[in-house]
Design a protein around this ligand. Structure first.
Ligand code: AMP
Ligand code: GLY
Length: 320
């Protein structure tokens, strides 16, 4: 089979590296690729946002499977457009990808289907957001009280800010909703209670019914030694994660991933691909911080990818 990987980061390097080992892989392409992927896959000069260009390439080259790395093309509907042309592709279509594409959609779904997560307030305008932030800090007067402010849409991993005062909250709300530093991604925002605990990522493969989790992993999240600085998009990751309970993947499967996949199917928009749950292990149990509709980056779960891609390629296109 000829395989096309879309993206140009560390995640795509891991995908290419593993796919290259399958006896079912005849030829590998990566668009746009990078120096690492180019050792095993031919780099194609097409951006991941050029969905028509990628679909034309896949059709011309008779690509048997396209694997999408980043979230933006998934949210923009690359899967729907490939499938409309009969091109096999791995990932969720645009509606279920809203689990990552809209924080308020994902929070509403979690609350509606009893998936454990933080309290939240979805705000459509700055006045509303300012009022909720004021009310939050009026109630939470303890000196270490914190509020999480999230742009609703995707903002290149920078759309979440944790503030420690009402003044800071008003400033961040204005930046997002009035100055629109994240563009339309911040036209709606979510305010969330701040949770405390170890963070862990659990990614799972799903065909819309069955959910198969991979081993847990953890990002190096905060900048500076001893986690002294603010959160980054992740500066590396490790697996296994010694600080989380052994049964965390099963717990996440039962309480978060399977209910989310069942819920989204219930809404008539079945999810297939990789569903990634970002969890925080609070003293009241695991809670869901976010869903992503793709493999993690920088998490490079060679083991999980090795196992599952072997499995997918064995059973062929029925799974995807
Ligand atoms: P998200 O994109 O929603 O995962 O947020 C990015 C990061 O912000 C997470 O990995 C956490 O480190 C932090 N974060 C998000 N929501 C919360 C929350 N409710 N409480 C504490 N930290 C959070
Ligand atoms: N590891 C963070 C992310 O993939 O979004």
């Amino acid at each position: 089979m000829r395989i096309l990987v879309i993206g140009g980061g560390g995640r795509e390097n891991a995908l290419v590296w593993k796919l290259a080992q399958s006896p079912n892989t005849d030829r590998l392409y990566c668009a746009p690729g990078n120096a690492g992927t180019s050792r095993l896959a031919e780099s194609i000069n097409l951006k991941s946002s050029d969905i028509d260009g990628l679909a034309n390439f896949a059709a011309d080259q008779k690509i048997g499977l396209t694997v999408v790395g980043p979230e933006a093309p998934l949210i923009e509907g690359i899967v729907d457009r490939f499938e409309a042309r009969g091109l096999p592709i791995f990932g969720p279509s645009t509606d279920p990808a809203r689990l990552e594409g809209s924080k308020s959609f994902s929070k509403e779904l979690m609350f509606r289907y009893g998936i454990p997560t933080a309290e939240y307030w979805s705000c459509q305008n700055a006045e509303d957001a300012h009022a909720h932030a004021k009310a939050y800090f009026d109630i939470h007067r303890e000196p270490d009280a914190k509020l999480v402010i999230k742009a609703d849409g995707i903002a290149a991993g920078k759309g979440v800010v944790i503030v420690g005062s009402e003044t800071e909250a008003h400033h961040v709300i204005d930046e997002m909703m009035v100055k629109r530093i994240f563009g339309e991604a911040g036209d709606q925002i979510v305010l969330e209670e701040c949770l405390v605990g170890e963070e862990v990522s659990i990614m799972a493969f799903t065909d819309g019914y069955t959910v198969v989790p991979m081993p847990p992993s953890q990002d190096h999240k905060r900048i500076f030694d001893n986690d002294a600085g603010p959160n980054t998009g992740g500066m590396g990751a490790y697996s296994p994660v010694p600080v989380v309970p052994d049964n965390i993947a099963e717990l996440a499967h039962e309480k978060v991933l399977q209910p989310a996949v069942d819920a989204i199917r219930d809404l008539g928009i079945p999810y297939k691909g990789v569903l990634y749950a970002g969890l925080i292990l609070t003293k009241d149990g695991p809670k869901t911080l976010e869903f992503n509709c793709r493999f993690g980056d920088p998490e490079k779960l060679y083991g999980g990818i090795a196992y599952i891609f072997g499995f997918i390629l064995q059973i062929g296109n029925d799974f995807i």
